[in-house]
Write a protein that binds this ligand. Structure first.
Ligand SMILES: Cc1cn([C@H]2C[C@H](O)[C@@H](COP(=O)(O)OP(=O)(O)O[C@H]3O[C@@H](C)C(=O)[C@@H](O)[C@H]3O)O2)c(=O)[nH]c1=O
Length: 189
């Protein structure tokens, strides 16, 4: 684990993907958490330019994913859970990466306040573990329906918390990972 003044960093097994633990100021009113600080991100070598911010609200047992935007509108994502708890998963789609085709699973929760920094070239998805979960996103490129893509949530052996998830229609039609011809190429930092 490395640290800067505002964030502790846990490296994941997938190069470039890191878990951030922001400082949490707790008092008798509740908590105060800073989720983005440009100078700290710059010092940590993380993307500082975000083009959009959005959130989703999901019921227990929902899986959203596994999503990414392909080039030229590929995105870095910074995500956290503002309410509830999710099982989050990322998959490395970067050809030539030492972890190409590997996934990593994280538990992301409002209580822990942990965040995930997801570089371009990773597919992302999550399963809601609480009655409801609100997932917050900052992304480095705006939404591009033409580049918005996915691979099937169940095409790797990710140990999802549910076998019968609530899915969007679109998420039932993505190709499996094995059939996806990835345009992403790994570039070591
Ligand atoms: C992602 C997105 C969707 N939309 C629209 C399209 C659609 O009508 C509606 C819901 O879209 P989706 O079903 O794709 O929403 P959702 O399944 O929540 O998509 C998200 O999933 C997670 C796992 C991610 O990693 C995100 O980047 C994003 O892809 O919102 C936008 O207008 N802008 C956006 O940036």
């Amino acid at each position: 684990m490395s640290a800067c003044a505002l964030f502790k960093i846990n490296q994941s097994s997938i190069p470039g993907c890191v878990e951030l633990l922001p400082n949490r100021f707790q008092d008798h009113r509740g908590a105060f958490v800073k989720t983005f600080h440009e100078p700290s991100f710059a010092k940590l070598g993380l993307e500082t330019n975000y083009a959009e911010e959005f959130y989703s609200v999901s019921a227990l047992g929902v899986i959203r994913g596994l999503h990414f935007q392909h080039p030229p509108d590929d995105q870095v994502k910074l995500i956290y859970c503002a309410y509830g708890k999710v099982q989050d998963a990322v998959v490395d789609l970067r050809r030539g990466s030492p972890t190409y085709g590997h996934y990593q699973v994280f538990e992301i929760s409002a209580e822990t306040g942990n965040m995930l920094y997801i570089p371009s070239g990773l597919a992302h998805g999550f399963c809601t573990l609480s009655e409801q979960a609100t997932m917050m996103y900052k992304v480095s490129k705006t939404y591009s329906p033409a580049c918005d893509s996915g691979i099937r949530w169940d095409s790797l052996d990710i140990p999802w918390a549910t076998e019968r998830p609530i899915l969007s229609e679109r998420d039932q039609t993505h190709p499996p990972f094995q059939n996806y011809r990835s345009p992403f190429v790994y570039r070591p930092a």
